[in-house]
Design a protein around this ligand. Structure first.
Ligand code: NAD
Length: 486
């Protein structure tokens, strides 16, 4: 097994297939956004068609074992994995912080633990999730949840560890084996997770890790007709490719895609809390699908809101993700930062007003926290996901206009509403066309609640029973009660 030293942590850089670490002839580099020009943190195995074939084969073979484990046996292994994740918090946090520039303190304090919690939650749910069993029409009816088979899990580069656990836990809990393909811009924390699955006692082939480029090994994995589930988080563009492959093989497919969420501020809200929340949408350099990137503010409080927003944004510290004082870490990759800058440059040229920021930061991969007042609701920066520290601000004069603006993009992942009126909160919340609405708060979600989007934000729902259901094939068994068959 080849490894790389990443911040003092030994990280495997090969694929894990059928319980064995296997390399590829070719590799790809992963650089740290904290010190891009230093050269690669690691050279990672670059899977190809043969790698995909081997991984799906191993998952199919592993299914013969893992798929036969009882829910209670699976739960035991999943809880052991959760214990190991917790015990390795510092290592996982450090690797994520170097590979993707995620804030080290957030990883240590919250996100690694939340990853472990995903495995615990599904360990318990799969045991509690009793089969339905009832009598009707002189028959005993039983609904059995059968594991579906090998599942391909494809994850994005932002919050790679947490988002991976989110998808892996229900797939494994349901009894499916997985082939996990992490994103090529932040592949390393998945390798630590792969190591822990061995220690936790998963049978060979239950969890397989394949590293490489999406268009290469990713495309080969989703095209394999032995795969029985595909679950993807990433961009709508990639989802269209994967959806075609899923359709070809008639495979159920979920897609968690981008967002362009509104953050709605009504005049009756706690304006300082709303402004603080709005400024914190610059957190993680705005590389958050759920971010409320369109500030929709009641016209009567626009100026006061802006003043408070600017004060909070000014107080945010740009720096190294390992530094406790840092609020805004560098962006993941120079190419992504250039794409973000492209949006701002085109907005400037189109006549939108840049109210703050709008430039690359020299000497690091940061982008200035940026606020744009668009010429119209049709402006590109209002309608397209930018996935960087770039927000827009628009005003509305009444609730109806606020809802119309909020619902006016092709996306529909999430929304944030600030108001002190309980009636308005419910009225507006119910009128929004999206999968998640937070009122006077943000980001925290009970892991059993459904998660997902409408429109081009995705297909299907994750969270709690919703993901378990997706990963299972349901069978209805009907047994005549009378001794004489009819
Ligand atoms: P991406 O679509 O470029 O890549 C995601 C993954 O797909 C990567 O692992 C990549 O290697 C793989 N991939 C690329 N082409 C493929 C192909 N043809 N076949 C199979 N796999 C392929 O997305 P990204 O840039 O890594 O992530 C950013 C996007 O993810 C943003 O749009 C963001 O909003 C979205 N996102 C959504 C959620 C959510 O839960 N809704 C969460 C995080 C990120």
């Amino acid at each position: 097994m080849r490894t790389a030293d990443v911040g003092g942590v030994n990280v495997p850089v090969d694929h894990l297939i059928g319980g064995r670490w296997i390399g590829s002839d070719q590799t790809f580099p992963t650089n740290s956004p904290l010190d891009w020009d230093h050269g690669p943190l690691a050279d990672v195995a670059r899977g190809d068609q043969a790698t995909a074939d081997a991984a799906v084969g191993a998952a199919a073979e592993g299914f013969e074992t893992w798929g036969r484990f009882t829910p209670a046996e699976r739960a035991e292994v999943l809880h052991r994995l959760a214990d190991l994740i917790e015990a390795n918090t510092d290592e996982i946090a450090m690797v994520e912080s170097l590979d993707m520039a995620f804030l080290l303190a957030s990883m240590r304090a919250r996100l690694v633990a939340r990853g472990a919690l995903n495995f615990r939650l599904y360990a318990d749910l799969v045991v509690e999730h009793a089969e339905r069993d009832w009598d009707a029409k002189n028959m005993r009816n039983v609904v059995q949840r059968m594991p579906a088979g090998p599942a391909v899990v494809i994850t994005p580069w932002n919050a790679p560890f947490m988002l991976s656990t989110w998808k892996l836990a229900p797939a494994l809990a349901a009894g499916n084996t997985v082939i996990h393909k992490p994103a090529e811009w932040s592949p390393l924390s998945a390798a630590l997770l792969a190591e822990l699955t061995i220690e936790a006692g998963f049978p060979d082939g239950a969890y397989n890790l394949v590293q490489g480029i999406g268009e290469e090994v990713g495309a080969a994995l989703v095209a394999d007709d032995r795969v029985r589930r595909i679950t993807f988080t990433g961009s709508p563009v990639t989802a269209r490719h994967i959806g075609r492959a899923a359709a070809e093989n008639i495979v159920p497919f979920t897609a968690e895609l981008g967002g362009k969420g509104p953050l709605m501020v009504f005049a009756d809200s706690d304006l300082d809390a709303a402004a603080h929340r709005a400024a914190w949408q610059f957190d993680d350099s705005g590389q958050v699908c759920l971010a409320g990137t369109r500030l929709l503010v009641e016209a009567s409080v626009r100026d006061e809101f802006l003043e408070r927003f600017n004060a909070h944004a000014d107080a945010m510290v740009m720096g190294d993700s390992r530094d406790e004082a840092t609020d805004i870490a560098p962006m993941v990759h120079p190419e992504h930062r250039a794409a973000v800058d492209g949006f701002v440059t085109r907005a400037r040229e189109a006549g939108d007003t840049i109210l703050r920021g709008g430039h690359l930061v020299e000497g690091s991969l940061h982008y200035e926290p940026t606020l744009i007042e668009p010429l119209s609701n049709d402006s590109e920066v209002v309608q397209s996901e930018i996935f960087g520290p770039v927000l827009t601000i628009q005003t509305f004069s009444d609730e109806a206009e606020a809802i119309e603006l909020a619902n006016s993009t092709a996306y529909g992942l999430s929304a944030i509403v600030y108001t002190t009126s309980a009636e308005r909160a419910e009225r507006v919340g119910r009128a929004l066309r999206c999968g998640l609405v937070w009122v006077n708060t943000f980001l925290v979600r009970d892991l059993t609640a459904p998660f997902g989007g409408c429109g081009i934000s995705g297909i299907g729902r994750e969270g709690g029973d919703h993901a378990l259901e997706f990963h299972s094939d349901l069978k209805t068994l009907m047994i005549l009660n009378d001794s004489v068959p009819n």
